[in-house]
Design a protein around this ligand. Structure first.
Ligand code: NAD
Length: 479
C-alpha cells in the first residue's frame, strides 16, 4: 500500500549518483500495523500443514528461477547480480525440504507404556534486518526459512536497496503465501528499534556491520528475543609456496575485487608465506587487467561502491596505509570511467608491507582493496589469522594435504576454504561465521537455521492397559 509518511529517502544509482527512486520511512502506525498483521496471520499460517507451506515454496522457487532479473542489482555486474539471486534461490530450494527438516525425535518405551517425542514448532513473528550488498540473497536467507517453519515474517531491507525485496515479496504473494504472512517495513534506525522492541517479535536475524549488529544483538536480547547477528569480516587468504600459482593468483584477485570488494566473504587480506612473496608482481598485473565500469556495461569486472561516503571511507583507509608506511603497489583511487564520471568508482588497489597494527588491517575496508602481509611459516600465518578479531571466512592455497589439514584444524575462523577462495556453504550446511563476525547461538540456514526459527516441545505420554491402573497416588519422583 502507499505509505502516508512525510519522510522519504533517496535511492541513487551508484554509477552516476542520480536519484532513481525514493523509499518511504514507515511511520510508527504503519510499523505497528505491519507487526499486527504478522501477529494476526500467525495463528492460521502456523496451523497450515507442512505440505501446504512446502507447496508455496516449491512454487516460489520456480517463480524466482523464471524471473532472475537484472532489476535485482544495485551497481553489481549482471553476472554477479545473477549470482546473488541464485545463491538465495538455493536457500528457497532447501526450504522446500521442510517435511524432512522439521522432523522431531521419538524414543518409544522410555519406560513401561511410556513414549517420548518432540515437535519442532514455530516461534511466532520473526524479523529480519538486511544489508545492501546482497539485495536478493540475504533477504532470501531470512524469510523463506522462517516462514516455511510456520512463522510469519517482518522484514526490513536495507534502505539503499529496497526494491529487490519488494520484487521478492510480490513473487511470494504470487506463489500463494497468504496476506499478512510477510510484511515489509522500510526505514533506518526507527525501524530497527521498532523491531528490537516490539513484544510480538520473537526472533531477529541481522546481517550487516558490527556497529549495527552489536547494538541490535544487545537491544533485542535484552527484550527477550532470540537474535543472530552476522557482521563484518577481515578474511585472510594464506598462500603457501607449494600452491598452484596460476590458480591461486586468479582466485585471489577474483575474490578480493569481485563486487568491488563489497562482500562479507571477500578475500581482502593476503598472507604470502615464504617463497610465495615473490608472486606479488604477478598479482598486481592480474589486478590491473580488471575492467572497472558501470555494472550494466558489458565486460565490467567490478562496478562502483554503494555511495560517495563509502568511496571516501575506502580512499581514506588506503591513505592511512600509505601514511603508516605500507607500500601502495596499485592505486585505484583516481580511476576514471568514461561516461560515468560521477560514479563511486575505485579501481583495484593493492597495499603490501602491511602490519597488524595498521588501520587498514584492523578495520574492515569493504572496497576493492587487497592488503598483503607476509609470514615466514604456516604457524606464523595461523597465529596472525587467529589474532585478528574477525572470524567470518578464510582460505588456504596449497597442494599439500597435511598443510591444509593443519590449517583447517588450527585456524579459529567459522568458514574455511581449501583452494576455495569464498567458502560460503550451500544451504544444507550452515553459514557459520564466528568470533567478532557473529553474535548469537545458531547460524543461518541448514540445521542451525531450522533450530533458530523453531522451538521444541517434548511430549511424554503413557497409555496403560486397564489392569495396570494405579491403585494409590504416586507421590515419589518417577524414575
Ligand atoms: P549496515 O550495518 O550499515 O546496515 C545493515 C542494516 O542495519 C540496514 O538495514 C540498516 O538500515 C541498519 N543499520 C545501519 N546502521 C545502523 C545502526 N547504527 N543502528 C541500527 N541499525 C543500523 O551494513 P551495510 O553497509 O548495509 O552492509 C555492509 C556490512 O555488512 C559489512 O560490514 C559486511 O561485512 C556486512 N555483511 C556481513 C555478512 C555476514 O554474513 N556476516 C553478509 C553481508 C554483509
Amino acid at each position: 500500500f502507499k505509505s502516508k509518511t512525510s519522510e522519504w529517502l533517496d535511492i541513487h544509482n551508484p554509477a552516476t549518483n542520480e536519484v532513481i527512486a525514493r523509499v518511504p520511512k514507515a511511520t510508527q502506525e504503519e510499523m505497528l500495523a505491519a507487526a499486527d498483521s504478522c501477529s494476526r496471520s500467525f495463528h492460521s499460517w502456523s496451523e497450515t500443514s507442512a505440505l501446504t507451506r512446502q507447496q508455496v515454496f516449491l512454487r516460489y522457487q520456480q517463480l524466482i528461477k523464471d524471473n532472475i532479473v537484472s532489476g535485482m542489482r544495485r551497481g553489481k555486474t549482471l553476472a554477479d547480480a545473477e549470482g546473488d539471486v541464485f545463491r538465495g534461490l538455493q536457500v528457497v530450494e532447501h526450504a522446500c525440504s521442510i517435511t524432512s527438516l522439521m522432523l522431531g525425535e521419538t524414543l518409544p518405551s522410555i519406560t513401561k507404556d511410556m513414549d517420548t517425542y518432540t515437535y519442532r514448532l514455530p516461534l511466532g513473528v520473526c524479523a529480519g534486518i538486511a544489508p545492501f550488498n546482497f539485495p536478493a540473497m540475504i533477504p532470501l536467507w531470512m524469510f523463506p526459512m522462517g516462514m516455511v517453519c510456520g512463522n510469519t515474517y517482518l522484514l526490513k531491507p536495507s534502505e539503499r536497496v529496497p526494491t529487490c525485496t519488494m520484487l521478492l515479496a510480490k513473487m511470494l504473494q504470487d506463489a500463494g503465501a497468504p496476506d499478512g504472512t510477510l510484511n515489509i517495513i522500510h526505514g533506518q534506525h526507527d525501524a530497527v528499534n521498532f523491531i528490537c522492541d516490539h513484544p510480538s517479535i520473537k526472533a531477529i536475524s541481522f546481517v550487516g556491520s558490527n556497529q549495527a549488529g552489536e547494538y541490535i544483538y544487545e537491544r533485542g536480547s535484552k527484550n527477550g528475543k532470540r537474535v543472530q547477528s552476522n557482521m563484518g569480516a577481515k578474511n585472510h587468504g594464506v598462500v603457501m609456496p607449494d600452491a598452484n600459482k596460476e590458480n591461486t593468483l586468479n582466485q585471489l584477485v577474483g575474490a578480493a575485487f569481485g563486487a568491488a570488494g563489497q562482500r562479507c566473504m571477500a578475500l581482502s587480506t593476503a598472507v604470502l608465506v615464504g617463497e610465495a612473496r615473490s608472486w606479488l608482481p604477478e598479482l598486481v598485473e592480474r589486478a590491473k587487467a580488471l575492467r572497472v565500469n558501470a555494472g550494466d556495461q558489458p565486460g565490467a569486472d567490478l562496478g562502483p561502491l554503494i555511495s560517495p561516503q563509502a568511496k571516501e571511507r575506502v580512499c581514506s583507509l588506503i591513505q592511512s596505509g600509505v601514511d603508516e608506511g605500507a607500500k601502495l603497489l596499485l592505486d585505484g583511487r583516481n580511476v576514471k570511467v568514461k561516461g560515468y564520471e560521477n560514479g563511486n568508482f575505485v579501481g583495484p588497489t593493492i597495499i603490501s608491507g602491511v602490519t597488524p597494527q595498521m588501520k587498514c588491517y584492523t578495520e574492515e575496508i569493504f572496497g576493492p582493496v587487497l592488503i598483503v602481509l607476509e609470514a615466514d611459516t604456516l604457524d606464523d600465518a595461523i597465529r596472525l589469522v587467529n589474532k585478528n578479531p574477525y572470524g567470518n571466512g578464510t582460505a588456504i592455497f596449497t597442494t599439500n594435504g597435511a598443510t591444509a589439514r593443519k590449517y583447517t584444524h588450527e585456524v579459529d575462523v567459522g568458514q574455511v576454504g581449501v583452494n576455495v577462495p569464498i567458502p560460503v556453504p550451500l544451504p544444507m550446511f550452515s553459514f557459520t561465521g564466528s568470533r567478532g563476525s557473529f553474535r548469537g547461538d545458531t547460524n543461518f540456514y541448514g540445521k542451525q537455521g531450522i533450530q533458530f526459527y523453531t522451538q521444541i516441545k517434548t511430549v511424554t505420554s503413557q497409555w496403560k492397559a486397564e489392569d495396570a491402573t494405579l491403585k494409590s497416588p504416586a507421590v515419589t519422583m518417577p524414575t
